[in-house]
Design a protein around this ligand. Structure first.
Ligand code: BES
Ligand code: MN
Ligand code: ZN
Length: 495
């Protein structure tokens, strides 16, 4: 979808939308539009008791006096309560409705919409951002074009503050591009997106200025990454470790680090999963996809930060050469792990990726993301991701960023009593701690691979994919986490 910002003009064809705040009378361009339609807008508002309440919509078809095919009034509630999020929702709803109505071009007037927190230009940019996020489609594998909806091709956002809006949107658009990359990676089928292909797509970030290194199995073996390599040993696809670096901060300034679980397909391995829903395990690389999308966003918007993204990318398959329950592997940290369940593979991948990241970069902090446990959905559903951390300040920063971006995280407990559950009688630890507190013992496992760095782990099994549809997301792969972490960086670690 092509989005542009223009000064307000009412003469356009296609659909015309108008953002209306509750308790305001139609003024300025809205009043002018009403006049042009011979007062039809005010009459319709009265007849339907439309007052601009948040989420309310009023539609006038083929209105007299203007070229538009329809006029949509979109309520945003009281001006004082308006947030960036309300406006994104309006932009998303608009695209959803127009695509169902098979409109291909539209303009939306965002006039007089501002509050203490949000300037008129920022408000227009947020509407555009919501529209952009909703416009995402992943239909490249459909050869017979479905006809329920058509794509909205152009959206013109009409505002008196077009210059500010354009500038503000240019940053948001880059974040959206990062989210779209994440969504694409998660949505791709596992026969297409295997580890080497994922690495290739990460390599493409070079074009936005990210330095990308790809380590194959031979290099990882030299580094002693027995934990990660064990997971991929039953697959004919080569395991990969991808290191992405964006240096937008001061030279010599320690980087912030993000680590992602990239299991391109998780069959469970020898501890094979049951068939129902197994196809969803193509999304088990959601953590790695988020890190990749985030690195894209940071680099594209030239964030003033040094950031590294490290992703362990593997495929977990049953095979004659696959890892067995009972096997003991040695991680890069030197710690040994007894494999109890080959389906608890994400933590094995992250163990080496975390240790490598801490040792090589000594970052300010590490945030890892992983579709790690089914148990996190039992605990939190799909509204919150689980947050586990050794640092209160980093936790608070993540919680605040999550509230602001509507990608919420909920801190879960950790401690020595949970840690005991993963002691093994044969090795330093085992890779599962039983049913009780399954997400927590998984986090305890990860913590054993972070020595003295501030660290947070986000269990995104419930939020990265198949999460409830919203006004700004109808994609299976949600792109969750890019906004959250971009905000974490922007608010606390830039400049
Ligand atoms: N990738 C899964 C977790 C998962 C499940 C993500 C459903 C998204 C949706 C992970 O590798 C896994 O299999 N975890 C096991 C751990 C258990 C064997 C200790 C689980 O959650 O059952
Ligand atoms: Mn698994
Ligand atoms: Zn998994």
């Amino acid at each position: 979808m092509n989005i542009s910002f223009a000064d307000i003009s009412l003469g356009k064809s296609g659909a015309l939308a108008l953002v209306v705040a509750e308790g305001t009378t139609l003024a300025g361009s809205a009043a002018e539009l009403d006049r042009k339609t011979g007062g039809a807008i005010k009459r319709a508002m009265k007849a339907s008791s439309f007052s601009g309440k948040s989420g309310s919509v009023l539609e006038l078809l083929a209105p007299h006096g203007v070229a538009a095919s329809r006029i949509l009034l979109l309520g945003v509630g009281k001006l004082a309560d308006i947030s960036a999020n309300t406006l994104e929702t309006v932009g998303g709803e608009l695209v959803g409705r127009l695509e169902r109505a098979k409109e291909t071009a539209a303009s939306i007037i965002v006039d007089g919409i501002q509050s203490g927190k949000l300037s008129a230009g920022d408000a227009a940019a947020r509407v555009a951002f919501g529209a952009k996020l909703r416009s995402y489609r992943f239909d490249k594998y459909k050869t017979k074009k479905k006809d329920e909806t058509t794509a909205l091709k152009t959206l013109s956002v009409a505002t008196k503050a077009a210059t500010v809006a354009r500038k503000s949107y240019s940053t948001l658009e880059k974040i959206a591009d990062g989210m779209f990359l994440t969504r694409d990676l998660v949505n791709e089928p596992p026969n297409v997106l295997f580890p080497a292909e994922f690495a290739k797509r990460a390599k493409a970030l070079t074009k936005v200025g990210v330095k990308v290194e790809v380590l194959g199995e031979a290099q990882m073996k030299k580094l002693g990454m027995g934990s990660l390599l064990g997971v991929g040993q039953g697959s004919v696809r080569e395991s990969q470790l991808v290191v992405m670096r964006w240096n937008g901060g001061k030279v010599g300034d320690k980087p912030v680090a993000f680590v992602g679980k990239g299991v391109c397909f998780d069959t469970g391995g020898i501890s094979l999963k049951p068939p129902a829903g197994m196809e969803d395990m193509k999304g088990d690389m959601g953590g790695a996809a988020c890190v990749t999308g985030l690195m894209h966003a940071l680099a594209a918007r030239k964030a003033k930060v040094n950031a590294v993204g490290v992703i362990g990318v593997v495929e977990n398959m049953p095979d004659g050469n696959a890892q067995r329950p009972g096997d003991i592997v040695t991680s890069m940290s030197g710690q040994t792990i007894e494999i109890i369940n080959t389906d608890a593979e994400g933590r094995l991948v992250l163990a080496d990726a975390l240790h490598y990241t801490e040792k090589r970069f000594q970052p300010k902090f590490i945030v890892d993301l992983a579709t790690l446990t089914g148990a996190i959905m039992i605990a939190l559903g799909k509204e919150y991701a689980g947050l586990f951390s050794n640092d209160d300040k980093l936790s608070k920063q993540l919680s605040d960023a999550g509230e602001a971006e509507h990608e919420k995280v909920w801190r879960m407990p950790m401690g020595p009593a949970y840690d005991k559950q993963i002691n093994s009688q044969f090795a330093d630890m085992k890779n599962t701690g039983g049913r009780d507190g399954g997400s927590i013992t998984a986090a305890q496992f990860l913590q054993r691979f972070v020595k003295d760095t501030k660290w947070a782990h986000l269990d995104i099994a419930g939020t990265a994919m198949a999460s409830p549809q919203t006004a700004i997301n109808h994609s299976w792969g949600s792109g969750w986490g890019v906004r959250l972490l971009n905000r974490l960086v922007a608010d606390n670690y830039e400049g």
